[in-house]
Ligand binder design. Sequence first.
Ligand SMILES: Nc1ncnc2c1ncn2[C@@H]1O[C@H](COP(=O)(O)OP(=O)(O)OP(=O)(O)O)[C@@H](O)[C@H]1O
Ligand SMILES: [Mg+2]
Length: 248
Amino acid sequence: MPLLGITALSKEFGGLRALDRVSFTAEEGEILGIIGPNGAGKTTLFNLISGIYPPSGGEIIFQGKSILRLKPYQISHLGIGRTFQIVRPFQNLDVETNVLVAYGHRFYPSLWKSTGPFRQPGNLREVQTLIERTGLRSYAKHLAKNLPLGFKKRLEIARALALQPHLLLLDEPSAGLRFEESAQLMELIRQVCDQGIGVLLIEHNMHVVMDLCKRIVVLDHGSKIAEGSPEEIRSNSLVIQAYLGKEA
Ligand SMILES: Nc1ncnc2c1ncn2[C@@H]1O[C@H](COP(=O)(O)OP(=O)(O)OP(=O)(O)O)[C@@H](O)[C@H]1O
Ligand SMILES: [Mg+2]
């Protein structure tokens, strides 16, 4: 049984087919690359999996059960975490509190109103471990809004990991990062995957995708036009056309 099974998934916005009968599966401990030109439907796919929009058709099976009619918080409780294309931590909370809020979210959906009762040694230890793992230790007491972009992106991953996900959806984690920051973030993603967590990675940087992913799904105009190994994707004529067409 795959970790995630997507079948004929579609989404229409007015007359626009943002996603058109897309099917694929993802496994535990796998980094599955999701690529495609701007407007291909990649973020829409994540919005459907995480329950932000209801699909117009199709099925989403997570760990053997349909998650089609669940609300975003129910889906995150089941173990699907995500980061956003535009980072959105609680800007005026420090790094530690941001992670603590995400950690407590599993128990109290409205915990953000007060983290006081939740600052117990056991919970704080868990939060510290996550902060260490994501390389945020020196920034633990800094407000999220003051972090450099590379560390805001790490914080997004720390917050997603705090939900103890089985599947992590990462939307362009390396966008806007310098080469070195991006390399460090990719190493973090590799470690996450080594722990058995499945990762769906939307990424525009082809070097990153080809390096991290053994399998890649390509979307264009809402449809899946290819799926395969980096070698297969690189030499696929539909993929080359989709990318060159947009750039020409
Ligand atoms: N909430 C919405 N309402 C209307 N149209 C939308 C909405 N969200 C996305 N779309 C449209 O759906 C299409 C797919 O958008 P989506 O954001 O999924 O693309 P993407 O592959 O993530 O692109 P990018 O690489 O630029 O992030 C686009 O034409 C977009 O304008
Ligand atoms: Mg997008």
